[in-house]
Design a protein around this ligand. Structure first.
Ligand code: FRU
Length: 330
């Protein structure tokens, strides 16, 4: 409210100054001043180089326009650079925005500035990738450890089932400085490392990028022509690996699993048979914005909001995928 009063006051002062300078203002100048925003929220998105983030921003902006017409949402793209994202966060702190949303490039490099914002009294909602400082207001994202375990389960089932699974799996990791990269790896290994007949190779950092995964896979096939399944930490990398296998004439014998399940990417590739399965990783923007508004309106919110996953295969892709169930319930 204080902010609203301050803004209205600035607009009023400007109008008064204009009128004093010109006692008979032209018609154009008498137009109503633009409506003041109730709140200003800054959002620093780590990159828009990947389709999942483009969709994340699209859904967030559409939700903001539809649900909160009086909120000004300033969306910045950090261009995949930690230093730029730190600078964007500092500019939000300096401007004194009402709340900040951030989807960090990586954990360690963004931890300090999230702390600075929280210490400046600005509620910070961290989206999709976590930081090490936990004094922010809320984290909204998928359960990446669970997604990694689910990918492990899908792969073990494809290779013959628990206790009987046999085969060579090649893993291509996302950015390992980020929590989803670490957790998708750890969850996966929790499941597959129990299988004596399954060998996992790879584990290189593909930085979530299709072209990097393509060259990782191209090199891997030269040394390990007998790869049965590729587990890539997102769909663009999974598709890059598929294309490398195709270029090597190996697309028939290799199954490829990814994560994200965007309708026009992963789910489409599962339907065309280019990927064998993908796991849903919902974009967290709309929930994140709702949380920020609740905080600004004085409501209590949970510290962590976990978004659900689903598995998509050729059999269930047109029906919206399926819930992932574990025997141990976990
Ligand atoms: C996009 C992306 C997604 C992935 C997520 C993990 O930048 O790489 O494909 O699921 O980030 O944070």
């Amino acid at each position: 409210m204080k902010r609203l009063i301050a803004k209205v006051w600035v607009v009023a002062t400007l109008l008064l100054t204009t009128m004093l300078a010109d006692p008979m203002p032209a018609v154009a100048e008498t137009k109503a001043a633009p409506a003041a925003n109730d709140y200003v929220i800054g959002f620093s998105q780590c990159t828009v180089k990947e389709p999942w983030r483009v969709e994340f921003n699209r859904r967030l902006i559409a939700h903001a326009e539809q649900a909160y017409p009086n909120v000004r949402l300033d969306v910045l793209d950090a261009d995949d650079k930690t230093e730029l994202q730190v600078a964007q966060m500092r500019s939000f702190i300096h401007r004194g925005v009402d709340a900040i949303l951030i989807s960090p490039k990586e954990a360690a490099g963004l931890t300090g500035v999230v702390k600075e914002a929280a210490e400046a009294g600005i509620p910070v909602v961290v989206l999709d990738r976590d930081v090490m400082f936990k004094g922010y207001a809320c984290f909204v994202g998928g359960d990446n450890k669970l997604i990694g375990r689910a990918a492990g389960k899908v792969i073990v089932d494809m290779l013959g089932g628990p206790g009987k699974a046999k085969g060579l799996v090649f893993e291509i990791c996302g950015g390992l400085a980020s929590t989803p990269g670490q957790e998708r790896r750890d969850g996966f290994h929790d499941v597959v490392d129990k299988e004596k007949g399954v060998k996992v190779l790879g584990g290189l950092d593909g930085d979530w990028k299709k072209d990097k995964a393509y060259s990782i896979m191209q090199d891997a096939l030269k040394v390990h022509p007998d790869i049965d399944i590729v587990y890539a930490h997102n769909d663009p990398m999974a598709h890059g690996a598929f294309q490398a296998a195709k270029a090597a004439g190996r697309e028939e014998g290799i199954r490829v699993i990814g994560i994200d399940a965007l309708p026009n990417e992963g789910v489409r590739w599962v339907k065309t048979g280019e990927l064998t399965a993908t796991l849903l990783y919902p974009t967290p923007g709309e929930v994140g914005l709702d949380v920020a508004l609740k905080i600004l309106n004085g409501e209590k919110v949970d510290k962590r909001i976990t978004l659900p996953t689903r598995v998509f295969t050729k059999e269930n892709a047109s029906k919206g995928g399926e819930e992932v169930k574990f025997k141990d319930g976990g």
